[in-house]
Design a protein around this ligand. Structure first.
Ligand code: PEP
Ligand code: MG
Length: 582
């Protein structure tokens, strides 16, 4: 009998294959007290396990093919760095000596201490760090227990065509399985922002996450169909279902091949309206990806990565080199550089050492709030961005503005930096546009006030949705409430677009909603003219834009805005998309 399981969509695509159940990651860790004379031997056993873990990860790192996205290697590098960190090297050794306990137990005690710190934080980046701690700890413990199944995955070919079901997957496991031709991932835990989800999207592997009690319904070797876009798993599909999904798979592939021909085509709707379609960039290799798909520039350059995994923030000079390098690579295309969006709890990474841990970091001292509190952090970045504006078309974008006082303070700092640079004879573009992200409901409601002082606005739906509906964007327990079609969200988007129109300044959208082709027509109907999306989804969005007639969309938009039930809104979105989104 066929039945279906509903999870959270993490990476779209269809997959048909047999289940491979990965045993639960939780290891049985024994605890025992050692006679004093064995303590040093135990420390040595721990050191060997660390070494073994490093070797395994380095081997995985060395086998990443060159065409795999850069963030895959970055994840593994993070784990390798953690294996050098004193929190995981020195602290357990000290525990073994102090408590005369076995190494596995010392690692567990240290892991619990680290995780409780991460648990007190809400920030997405730091949450994924908590997963990282677990992944690395598990690897060390497996080396100690010599229960190394995950680091010695089944023989070559074992995963080929299989749908892997696990509680969670480490980045290293993910890469290994991808090499072996895995068909899809399913995980019990995690939301669409987990590392596994990010990797799956990057590697274009269909994935469904947050399938909480699915393990009890799945058997090894059972056939399943995965619809990654819908987050659905069909177990034991009959022939008709399989045929239906095989056909959809072929259709998707055909459409993808056709889309690659759109790279050079101008982004114009069928009734002749020019739309800007830019790329979101985080790591340097994303720039090449953006060029490959013919993006109209960069609509969001997240600068946080420059500040991560280091003790001190980068100097003005280092930042200038990075920004200028990016701008030059993009030739004359515009590059929107966002000023720092670090949170109160991310200071350990080259931000603000020793900052207290707050209860609600997402509502705390993050982004522009932190920058205004720490001019020593902010001013070098502002100066570096301004200096890069001499080398190409740079726009500066401020994240998380919530009141006009903050905006006026930022403008004041920019003016001061201008005067300084002039005095120092350093070139910059005096007309460099300054804009803001609208990602706090207060800013959306008052977008007209912000618009008076700015050259452009860009809607950050990831945070706007989180703050409007009051749901943590990385918490899979409340993920079912994360709804880009919520009338409150749509009204705030509409308010922002209208405020931009009235003030005569462009309004873009750079949150994930802009890159989800299901919403492209709705956004066009709402009047959005600028999209900034991940390079992987750019051509899909472009195709929808080119097959849309703006005039016809407006009436649908009114109906979606008026629809009360989520199911009616979803049905209207299906209707509006006919027959474009695949
Ligand atoms: C957003 O909030 O939509 C956004 C683009 O910013 P980030 O995801 O970096 O918070
Ligand atoms: Mg944001």
């Amino acid at each position: 009998m066929t039945f279906s399981l509903q999870g959270i969509s993490a990476s779209k695509g269809i997959a048909i294959g047999k289940i491979y159940l990965v045993e639960r990651g939780q290891l049985e860790v024994p605890e025992y007290v050692l006679p004093k004379r064995y303590v040093e031997e135990e420390v040595e056993r721990f050191t060997h396990a660390l070494e073994a873990a490093r070797k395994q990860l380095s081997a995985v790192r060395a086998h990443i093919p060159r065409d795999v996205a850069s963030d895959v290697a970055a994840f593994i590098d993070t784990h390798l760095l953690m294996l050098e960190d004193s929190a995981l090297t020195k602290a357990p050794a000290e525990l073994i000596r102090e408590r005369q306990c076995n190494a596995e137990w010392a690692v567990k005690v240290q892991r619990d201490a680290l995780v409780s710190v991460f648990d007190a934080m809400d920030d997405p980046y730091l949450r994924t760090r908590k997963d990282d701690v677990d992944h690395v700890v598990r690897r060390i413990q497996r080396a100690l227990l010599q229960e190394d199944k995950s680091s010695h995955p089944p023989a070559e070919g074992h995963f080929a065509g299989r749908v892997v079901f696990a509680d969670d997957l480490t980045p290293a496991d993910t890469v290994l399985m991808q090499h072996q031709g895995i068909a899809a991932f399913l995980t019990e835990f995690g939301g669409p922002n987990s590392h596994t989800a990010i990797l799956a999207r990057s590697l274009r592997i269909p994935a469904v996450v947050g399938l909480h009690s699915a393990r009890q319904y799945l058997r090894d070797d059972e056939t399943v169909v995965i619809d990654g876009r819908q987050g659905v798993v069909l177990v034991n599909p009959d022939r008709a279902i399989i045929q239906h999904f095989r056909k959809r798979e072929r259709d998707i592939e055909r459409h993808r091949a056709a889309r690659s021909k759109l790279r050079r085509a101008p982004v114009v709707t069928s009734d002749g309206v020019r739309i800007q379609l830019q790329a979101n960039v985080e790591l340097p290799p994303d720039i090449e990806a953006a060029r490959q798909v013919g993006a109209d520039g960069v609509g969001l350059y997240r600068t946080e990565f420059l500040f991560m995994n280091r003790e001190q923030p980068p100097s003005e000079e280092e930042q200038y080199e990075a920004y200028s390098g990016l701008v030059k690579k993009l030739e004359r295309a515009p590059v929107t550089i966002r000023t720092l969006d670090l949170g109160a709890d991310k200071q350990v990474d080259g931000g603000r050492p020793g900052a207290p841990i707050t209860t609600n970091p997402a509502l705390g001292l993050r982004a522009v709030r932190l920058c205004l509190r720490e001019p020593g952090l902010f001013r070098p970045q502002v100066r570096a961005i301004m200096r890069a504006s001499a080398d190409g078309r740079v726009r500066m974008m401020i994240p998380m503005l919530s009141n006009s006082q903050e905006l006026l303070q930022v403008i004041h700092i920019i003016k001061e930096c201008r005067r300084e640079l002039k005095r120092e004879g350093k070139p910059f573009d005096e007309e460099m546009p300054v804009g803001a992200m609208i990602e706090v409901p207060a800013a959306a409601v008052c977008a007209d006030i912000f618009a008076r002082h700015l050259d452009f606005l860009s809607i950050g739906t990831n945070d706007l949705i989180q703050y409007t509906i009051a749901i943590d964007r990385v918490d899979d327990e409340v993920n079912y409430l994360y709804d880009p079609l919520h009338p409150a969200v749509l009204r705030l988007i509409q308010l922002t677009i209208r405020a931009g129109e009235r003030a005569g300044i462009p309004v873009a959208m750079c949150g994930e909603m802009a890159g989800d082709a299901r919403y492209t027509r709705l956004l066009l109907g709402l009047g959005l003219k600028e999209f900034s999306v991940h390079p992987n989804t750019l051509l899909e969005v472009k195709q929808v834009i080119m097959e849309s007639e703006l005039g016809a969309l407006r009436k649908y938009v009114q109906r979606v805005m008026r629809a009360v039930k989520p199911s009616s809104r979803a049905a209207l979105i299906d209707e509006i998309n006919k027959p474009v989104v695949h």
